[in-house]
Design a protein around this ligand. Structure first.
Ligand code: DX5
Ligand code: ZN
Length: 220
């Protein structure tokens, strides 16, 4: 039985002058997760938000905070993001000298662990860690900005990861992130993704009808 499709709207595309209201609107619109893109201007050429923003957003919703750390170094910030109220903490293996140690650190704070693969990152770089993580975030754009074009070449990677997860009977969310729209979401789901991240499609399409856009991604 294919796992339920979950939608994780990225607040990178939200109106930063009223993030709290936007998160509550996403909650009411039926988001499963809230995707929080953290960028440090070092690991990626953009700067967004830090743990204090998450701390302030936490009391506004019970939805899962799906925190995508595009920062390096990453270990020294795990405690802060955990204590701020993150539920899933996802990092890039290129951002740490020791992936095993970073996974252990996230688990120390009882948070779910995600590993993110950039479009050019190889599956081989995470195979040793699959038994100890909860989510794989496959990027379908180069990390750093919302509104980019989906890179269809990552569908092959999603298919291979889905097969590995099935063969090893692992309980891992397979999340795709970047350029997702009402057409390519079908390909991503067919390839095996069960969590779809979307910023611009959810916040911009159908006159910003968040509920309609979330449902369209879930059911298209
Ligand atoms: C890019 C981020 C993505 C991005 C998704 O570095 O990780 O989550 O915000 O936004 P869209 O859906 O507009 O590509
Ligand atoms: Zn992201």
């Amino acid at each position: 039985m294919p796992s339920k499709i979950k939608i994780s709207p990225s607040i990178l595309s939200a109106n930063f002058s009223k993030l709290g209201d936007e998160v509550q609107l996403l909650d009411k619109a039926g988001a499963d997760y809230i995707h929080v893109d953290v960028m440090d201007g070092h690991f990626v050429p953009n700067i967004t938000i830090g743990p204090d923003v998450i701390r302030n957003l936490r009391p506004l919703t019970k939805k899962i905070f799906d925190v995508h750390l595009m920062i390096s170094p990453v270990d020294k910030y795990i405690e802060e993001f955990a204590n701020a109220g993150s539920d899933i903490i996802t990092f890039h293996p290129e951002a740490t000298p020791d992936t095993k140690k970073t996974i252990k650190l996230i688990k120390k704070y009882n948070k779910k662990v995600g590993i993110s693969l950039k479009p050019k990152s190889k599956i081989e770089s995470i195979l040793d860690h699959l038994e100890s993580i909860d989510l794989i975030l496959v990027m379908s754009v180069e990390p750093g900005f919302g509104g980019q074009k989906f890179m269809p070449e990552v569908l092959k990677k999603i298919k291979s990861l889905n097969q590995i997860i099935k063969d090893k009977n692992l309980k891992i969310d397979l999340e795709v992130d970047g350029g997702i729209n009402f057409e390519n979401c079908r390909d991503a789901k067919e390839a095996g993704a069960n969590v779809l991240v979307s910023g611009s499609t959810i916040f911009k399409e159908n006159n910003q009808d968040l509920k309609k856009n979330i449902n369209l991604l879930r059911t298209s």
